[in-house]
Write a protein that binds this ligand. Structure first.
Ligand code: C2O
Ligand code: CU
Ligand code: CU
Length: 502
């Protein structure tokens, strides 16, 4: 039997957490910047270039699909300039290799675990059967291999894959187990948006380092879960601490992913210039939205078009984090280094309402809802995070929605902490936030929604048909539903739903 939450905490205390947190520093850290974990070593920002994730080459391909093999293993990454930091990565890389495919094209991934802890790989945003979804309790033991199969029967969108092993997701993802998974489709291709080298995924994370350049993470997992979860004091984009990004004076499409354990960002440009939001987790919006700042919570993805066309060659503009101060206020620097003709544009209509639906998000109305489920996000007397007063139990399922039915889910937060609430399998539309219309940037299809202190958010969804995979197993129709603050998730703000036949 798998250890329960309290056994796990006890095990961590008994072993000095060396089993699960071999890289941890002995001292306890405050969960906030400048805590007793100590500041990360100083470095000179903007001396390393923003890496652009490169598409992994398949092991083999047919007309209809690709097969990949990935090994999770330790590696070294230059996150701070000139410092080699031990990481855990997919193929030993941080971030891991980009998987990029097309709608309807099958992707098979053989994942081999050469780490010392169990893993589970969740492709976040994927429309996939539960056996290939990386259920937190469906783990790959050290030394073992598991095959994940994706039908990709969904519209173009930006997804990601990351570790999801129960109770140790936070430290494992923090050590480097995260990567992009992008789906393209003909509709998106046909739009005049920036493409190719001008379409850049950017993974936003924060890390803290010990004086010797190793990653710092609190040795006691319960400390990491205190209040807001664990935040680092160094901002990292695509695996580099505060890099520079040379750009041409033209439009770019940036696919922002907040891959941080706990930290939210308020994205804005240092010159105050507006940008256009074109997509959220469920893919393209119906129409672009012009913004000057954009909050992004853990696991959220927002795609924006930034036009550097009006900037003089030789000028720079910073991508800032309006939620942070000092070392966490600037993410990266764009350096406008050359003129270039720009054939791209942002059309007034992106994906019109009539073309929005796919298997993960079908149009529906609140009137069609057969039930409203209420979920209270709280904290227990012994410091664990709870959903409806319960902690995660792989043997308990808390909702049994039926395929093809519409439901309203209400998320209630009576406490003082923020929770980015995430459902696997489907996308929803936000109905209201404390009785008011959702914010302008969160009106597209979503699968993660920020639930602020004291807030009540209602979302509307129509349950898709579970796509049956090639080897149906015990997790086929079971999916996770949790807070995506990874420390909260591990400590134990997670439950499951099972999608039943109509
Ligand atoms: Cu990225 Cu269950 O989550
Ligand atoms: Cu997910
Ligand atoms: Cu939370």
């Amino acid at each position: 039997m798998a250890p329960n939450r309290r056994d796990f905490l006890k095990l961590g205390a008994l072993t000095g957490a060396s089993l699960f947190f071999p890289f941890a520093h002995a001292a306890l850290a405050s969960h906030r910047d400048g805590g007793s974990g100590g500041a990360s070593p100083a470095f000179t920002p903007y001396t390393r270039q923003l890496p652009i994730p490169q598409r992994k080459v398949p092991l083999s391909s047919t007309a209809t699909g690709d097969v990949y093999a990935i090994t999770m293993k330790p590696g070294l990454a230059e996150i701070l300039p000139g410092v080699q930091t031990p990481i855990w990565g997919y193929d030993g890389m941080y971030p891991g290799p980009l998987l990029r495919t097309r709608s309807q094209r099958q992707v098979v991934v053989h994942q081999t675990n050469h780490l010392e802890v169990p893993t589970s790989i969740h492709t976040h945003g994927g429309y996939v059967d539960g056996d290939s979804d990386g259920h937190p309790s469906d783990m790959i033991a050290p030394g073992a291999t598991k095959t994940y199969t994706f039908g990709n029967d969904q519209n173009a969108r930006t997804q990601w894959y990351h570790d999801h092993a129960e109770h140790i997701t936070a430290p494992s993802a923090y050590r480097g187990l995260s990567a992009f998974y992008i789906i393209d489709d003909a509709f998106d291709d046909a739009l005049p948006l920036p493409k190719g080298n001008y379409d850049v995924p950017i993974m936003l994370q924060d890390r803290r380092f010990n004086a010797d350049g190793t990653l710092y993470y609190p040795s006691d997992p319960a400390v990491a879960a205190t209040d807001e979860g664990f935040e680092g004091d160094v901002l990292v984009a695509n695996g580099k601490a505060q890099p520079f990004a040379p750009v041409a004076a033209r439009r770019y499409r940036f696919r922002f992913l907040n891959g941080s354990n706990a930290r939210p960002y308020l994205l804005r440009l240092s010159n105050g210039q507006p940008f256009q939001l074109i997509a959220s987790e469920g893919g393209l919006l119906e129409a672009p939205i012009t913004l000057t700042e954009l909050p992004i919570w853990p696991a959220e993805r927002y795609e924006v078009v930034i036009d550097f066309g009006a900037l003089a060659i030789g000028t720079s503009v910073f991508l800032d984090n309006g939620f942070g101060s000092d070392s966490v206020s600037r993410i990266l620097r764009f350096d406008v280094e050359r003129a270039e003709n720009d054939p791209s544009s942002v059309p007034a209509v992106l994906r019109p309402a009539a073309d929005q639906a796919d298997a993960t998000h079908m149009a529906t109305t609140e009137e069609a809802a057969v039930t409203t489920r209420t979920w209270e996000f709280g904290k227990s007397w012994d410091g664990l995070y709870t959903i409806n007063d319960k902690i995660y139990d792989e043997n308990r399922i808390d909702a049994f929605p039926r395929e093809g039915t519409t439901e309203v889910w209400e998320f209630d937060n009576g406490f003082g902490w923020s929770h980015p609430v995430h459902l696997h399998l489907l996308n929803f539309k936000i109905l209201d936030r404390d009785g008011r219309a959702p914010k302008v940037h969160e009106r597209g299809w979503k699968e993660t929604v920020h639930l602020g202190p004291g807030e009540k958010v209602r979302v509307l969804m129509k349950w898709p048909k579970v796509p049956v995979g090639p080897t149906p197993g015990e997790f086929l129709t079971r999916y996770a539903f949790h807070c995506h603050n990874l420390e909260h998730e591990d400590h134990d703000m997670m439950t499951q739903f099972r999608v039943d036949a109509p």
